[in-house]
Ligand binder design. Structure first.
Ligand SMILES: [Zn+2]
Length: 69
Protein backbone atom coordinates (compact mmCIF):
# COMPACT_ATOMS: atom_id res chain seq x y z
CA UNK A 1 0.00 0.00 0.00
CA UNK A 2 1.33 3.43 -0.79
CA UNK A 3 0.48 6.91 0.21
CA UNK A 4 -1.98 8.86 -1.88
CA UNK A 5 -1.05 12.27 -3.20
CA UNK A 6 -2.76 13.97 -0.29
CA UNK A 7 -0.70 12.00 2.22
CA UNK A 8 2.50 12.49 0.28
CA UNK A 9 2.01 16.22 0.50
CA UNK A 10 1.11 15.93 4.19
CA UNK A 11 4.16 13.94 5.16
CA UNK A 12 7.06 15.85 6.72
CA UNK A 13 4.97 18.98 7.12
CA UNK A 14 5.25 20.86 10.41
CA UNK A 15 2.60 20.13 13.02
CA UNK A 16 0.74 23.38 12.49
CA UNK A 17 -0.07 22.25 8.96
CA UNK A 18 -3.73 21.16 9.08
CA UNK A 19 -4.67 17.55 8.25
CA UNK A 20 -5.89 17.04 4.69
CA UNK A 21 -9.65 16.49 4.13
CA UNK A 22 -9.43 12.68 3.98
CA UNK A 23 -7.60 12.31 7.30
CA UNK A 24 -9.66 11.24 10.30
CA UNK A 25 -8.34 11.13 13.82
CA UNK A 26 -7.79 7.52 14.85
CA UNK A 27 -6.05 7.56 18.20
CA UNK A 28 -4.17 9.60 20.75
CA UNK A 29 -0.95 7.99 21.88
CA UNK A 30 1.20 8.73 24.89
CA UNK A 31 4.88 8.09 24.53
CA UNK A 32 7.16 7.06 27.37
CA UNK A 33 8.54 10.58 27.51
CA UNK A 34 5.06 11.93 28.21
CA UNK A 35 4.61 13.52 24.82
CA UNK A 36 1.31 13.14 23.03
CA UNK A 37 1.09 11.79 19.52
CA UNK A 38 -1.96 11.77 17.29
CA UNK A 39 -2.63 9.05 14.77
CA UNK A 40 -4.72 9.90 11.72
CA UNK A 41 -6.03 7.40 9.21
CA UNK A 42 -6.49 8.37 5.59
CA UNK A 43 -9.85 7.48 4.06
CA UNK A 44 -8.35 7.58 0.59
CA UNK A 45 -5.30 5.32 0.82
CA UNK A 46 -5.79 3.68 4.22
CA UNK A 47 -2.38 4.67 5.51
CA UNK A 48 -1.80 6.07 8.97
CA UNK A 49 -0.04 9.35 9.52
CA UNK A 50 1.34 10.33 12.87
CA UNK A 51 1.44 13.84 14.24
CA UNK A 52 4.15 13.79 16.87
CA UNK A 53 7.38 15.33 18.04
CA UNK A 54 10.53 13.38 17.29
CA UNK A 55 11.71 13.97 20.85
CA UNK A 56 10.72 15.99 23.88
CA UNK A 57 10.83 19.68 23.13
CA UNK A 58 10.93 19.18 19.39
CA UNK A 59 8.20 20.70 17.22
CA UNK A 60 5.42 18.40 16.05
CA UNK A 61 5.73 16.98 12.57
CA UNK A 62 3.63 14.82 10.29
CA UNK A 63 5.27 11.44 9.76
CA UNK A 64 4.26 8.21 8.14
CA UNK A 65 3.99 4.93 10.03
CA UNK A 66 4.81 2.88 6.96
CA UNK A 67 7.90 0.86 7.85
CA UNK A 68 8.74 0.50 4.18
CA UNK A 69 9.27 4.22 4.03
ZN1 LIG B 1 -3.80 9.02 1.93
Amino acid sequence: MSLCALCLSQRDRPGHFPPHPKLVKAATLHSASGENAFAYRCLQCGETLLLAAAHAGAPDRWTCLDADG
